[in-house]
Design a protein around this ligand. Structure first.
Ligand SMILES: Nc1ncnc2c1ncn2[C@@H]1O[C@H](COP(=O)(O)OP(=O)(O)OP(=O)(O)O)[C@@H](O)[C@H]1O
Length: 372
């Protein structure tokens, strides 16, 4: 492992901003820290860089105690959202900066610095910008230069804090692809902070979802997308519809809901909550349908269907517009769900202890054994 964090905590006064973080990042891996504002992402990044210190816990890089190293010797490259390039220096001098200020024994000679800068300019596809000043660059170009500056000293770990946060959507998408390519070619172990789910999923080998100073889930993007580990992760990843349901023999049941497409869950019988994305719901016209269509709005490719339940609960479904010609305002429907995640209702936590669970993909015989 390139970097191992164990039980790291950080308090500011009485506020615990990091509450026991455990994280291992492999060599050459690109890991995204994803979470809402205030979840502790930047604090964690700063601790790795040596710009902040934990109250407890350990941080090692290649088995070496990294907290014992001074920030200047941590061999990290850092890019912030608003990374201030030196305005009076040309691009090539900005990139060279980290090398020129190295202590004399480690500092390369002038020719080696020029060669390294030229190599980076070419590698990052910014040769044509070499003699410009920062004021003559676009935001996206500035962040490419900032990355060049961070990479100049060949850091062991690259730390990026919302580096594309201030840029518009198209530039962000272009830079994401570029960064993925740069990462694959350079192989630098990289930790990337973002609160943008799409950015994290498109870029990262693994995503670390943070909430209120804790790691809620670590996994490959698809794993996290398909199997959120907690209601927090489900909500954060856009499961905006929450329905009270009943679990029986691993099946999700609720009036007006056809959930037979969902796999059986190895969860105890009783109340639970079903978390759905709008795109997981298909309204199916039915005379005795429990939901009524109260609005239809086209977003181009999709039709957004506003649904109201008899008890007043409202939700949106999204269906491909071309397949939804039979839907009309006022129609009664029931809901067919294609995907979703289920968590035992926390309000039932005071109920008798849950029976042992078995893996969700366990054979039926095993599942039955776990049920009464
Ligand atoms: N120096 C400090 N003194 C006091 N509180 C701080 C300090 N630095 C950070 N905090 C608090 O710690 C919490 C976590 O902040 P942090 O910047 O790590 O979160 P974040 O997940 O990176 O958020 P964002 O996405 O908004 O940057 C916040 O509530 C913040 O107010």
């Amino acid at each position: 492992m390139a970097l191992v964090i164990e039980n790291l905590t950080r308090r500011f006064g009485a506020t615990e901003v990091l509450r026991g973080i455990d994280l291992a990042v492999a060599d050459r891996e690109l890991v995204a820290l994803l979470g809402p504002s205030g979840s502790g992402k930047t604090t964690l990044l700063k601790i790795i860089a040596g710009l902040d210190w934990p109250n407890a816990g350990s941080l090692t890089v290649a088995d070496e105690d990294w907290l014992a190293r001074r920030p200047q010797t941590r061999e990290t490259g850092f890019v912030f959202q608003h990374y201030a390039l030196f305005p009076h220096m040309r691009v090539r001098d900005n990139i060279a900066f980290g090398l020129t200020v190295q202590p004399r024994p480690r500092r390369p000679d002038a020719a080696a610095i020029t060669a390294r800068v030229n190599e980076l300019l070419q590698f990052l596809q910014i040769e044509t910008l070499a003699d410009r000043y920062p004021a003559e660059l676009s935001g996206g170009q500035r962040q490419r230069v900032a990355l060049g500056r961070a990479l100049a000293t060949s850091p062991r770990i690259l730390l990026l804090d919302e580096p594309f946060g201030a840029l518009d959507a198209q530039v962000r998408r272009d830079l994401r692809r570029w960064l993925r390519h740069v990462h694959e070619a350079s192989g630098t172990t990289t930790i990337f902070v973002t609160h943008d789910q799409e950015e994290a999923f498109e870029l990262a080998d693994r995503v670390v979802v943070m909430g209120a100073g804790r790691i809620e889930q670590i996994g490959r993007p698809d794993e996290i997308y398909d199997h959120p580990a907690s209601p927090f992760v489900a909500r954060f990843l856009g499961h905006t519809v929450e329905l009270p349901v009943t679990l029986q023999a691993g099946r999700v049941q609720a009036r007006g809901l056809d959930a037979t497409a969902l796999p059986r869950r190895a969860l105890p019988d009783g109340p639970a909550r079903l978390f759905l994305r709008a795109s997981d719901i298909t309204p199916v016209p039915a005379e005795d349908g429990r939901y009524r269509i109260t609005d239809l709005a086209s977003t181009g490719a999709l039709l957004r269907v506003r649904l109201t339940e008899s008890a007043g609960v409202e939700m949106d479904a999204e269906v491909p517009r071309r397949t939804a010609t039979a839907l009309a305002v006022g129609q009664a429907v029931h809901l067919r769900v294609q995907a979703g995640c289920v968590f035992v209702d926390p309000r039932s936590a005071t109920a008798p202890p849950a029976r042992p669970t078995v893996p969700a993909d366990a054979p039926l015989s095993e599942l039955k054994e776990s049920l009464p």
